[in-house]
Ligand binder design. Sequence first.
Ligand code: FES
Length: 169
Amino acid sequence: MAVEKERRNFLGFALGGFTAIGSIAALGAMKRTWDPLPSVKAAGFTTVDLSTMEEDVLNVEKWRGKPIFILKKGPNDEENERDVIVNGSRFHISIGLCTHLGCIPAYKPADKNFLCACHGGTFNLSGEATKLPPEKALLIPPFKLDGTKLVIGEEGSEYKALKAANLLT
Ligand code: FES
């Protein structure tokens, strides 16, 4: 009788153990299914090397389907509190969508501004609206500096400082 009871206890413990292990494995599999794929995670960031950029040439990168303007300013270009300074060089960084109705402004090096062809709005080299109808500056995307690398999509200290100073748009 005692042997029969011990056998039942053992079977009960064994079955409970297998169930617990199975449950943990199932939870692990479910989590892996819910987690975004590595390629999707990487898609949230765009990394750009600023050290190779030439002055006065607009670089247009893509981040989450939006155009990102990066312009290295020249020594004679007006300084602005929205400038991002890397290795002593000043950069304009913005989302290249007009803050009026979302058209993509064109860079006009001769005029030192961005012209939105949709309704004639303009922005200066720092992305500030200089001619209506847009009333707000081009938006600065979240970014982080990693040496001379610009990581778009992550909030670094430089971005947080601009945010705190209310300079993002
Ligand atoms: S969308 Fe740019 S001026 Fe209207």
